[in-house]
Design a binder for this molecule. Structure first.
Ligand code: HEM
Length: 240
């Protein structure tokens, strides 16, 4: 049985931790308030409801996309066990039994090209939508203001004129010398969008995917379930 003294100690530690958490939260809020005051304008900085909305956006934009990238990666590595072995070798050479660190992650070439190729074949966001607010000429087309445009990422990523005859094959090697070499300098690889609204979570997503993949590769080899039938479909993101 736990002694009374031990219980008392536990509850004091719990209270102390709670107080420290509250203090940290207050300090963070204060620093936002301070910045707003320094600018002498309430239009500066973020209101608490804006912070909450941003957190929701990060969760929605970042969760499904990265999950799908990882699931597609596992499917493709199961179908191409030579790449699964290469990836596992690279991880064990870089880290041995060590915990992965940020320096080591940036050295992982095989893992990076694998993720690029997965994002080419199965981009979690298959199309980008835009509305134009003034009449715009693109080539021979004159598009009236208010037109809605759809940039079909999936079609671009599967265009044989850009990616050559093995366009539908899983071939991470094509990214061995970087994205611009693989695309011949054409703007044709958009897994994270582009321009001013490019994904703000891009670097974080790649880091997260690499870490998760490393942890999976170190612990498991994997096989597709015999009941798997290949039928990619979109429910907001591209699902297996
Ligand atoms: C593999 C993972 C991911 C993919 C493929 C992806 C893809 C994209 C794409 C294509 C866009 C541009 C949408 C457009 O132009 O209309 C976008 C925007 C965005 N992404 Fe990601 N994303 C990923 C992960 C993440 C993560 C982890 C976060 C946050 C932690 C995130 C946060 C956002 C936000 C906030 C935007 C909107 C940016 C803006 O409109 O200014 N994404 N993402």
């Amino acid at each position: 049985m736990e002694s009374r003294q031990r219980k008392k100690e536990k509850s004091t530690t719990g209270e102390r931790r709670k107080k420290a958490d509250t203090k940290e939260k207050e300090e963070r809020r204060d620093s936002n308030d301070k910045e707003i005051k320094q600018q002498e304008s309430t239009n500066f900085g973020l209101r608490i409801d804006e912070v909450i909305e941003d957190c929701k956006l990060f969760y929605i934009a970042g969760q499904e996309t990265t999950t799908n990238l990882l699931v597609w990666t596992m499917i493709l590595l199961e179908q191409h066990t030579n790449w699964q072995d290469c990836a596992r070798d690279e991880v064990s050479k870089e880290f041995g039994g060590r915990k992965p660190d940020i320096d080591g992650l940036s050295h992982l070439k095989i893992i990076s090209i694998i993720l690029h190729e997965v994002l080419r074949l199965y981009p979690p966001i298959v199309a980008l939508e835009r509305m134009i607010h003034e009449e715009t000429k693109i080539g021979n087309l004159i598009l009236p203001s208010g037109s809605q445009l759809l940039l079909h990422v999936m079609m671009l990523h599967h265009d044989a004129k850009i990616w050559r005859d093995d366009v539908n094959e899983f071939n991470p090697e094509r990214f061995a010398e970087g994205v611009s070499k693989a695309t011949n300098g054409q703007a044709s690889y958009f897994p994270f969008g582009g321009g001013p609204r490019i994904c703000v979570g891009q670097a974080f997503a790649m880091l997260e995917a690499k870490l998760a993949l490393i942890m999976i590769l170190c612990r498991f080899s994997f096989k597709l379930s015999p009941s798997y039938s290949h039928a990619p479909h979109t429910i907001i993101t591209l699902q297996p």
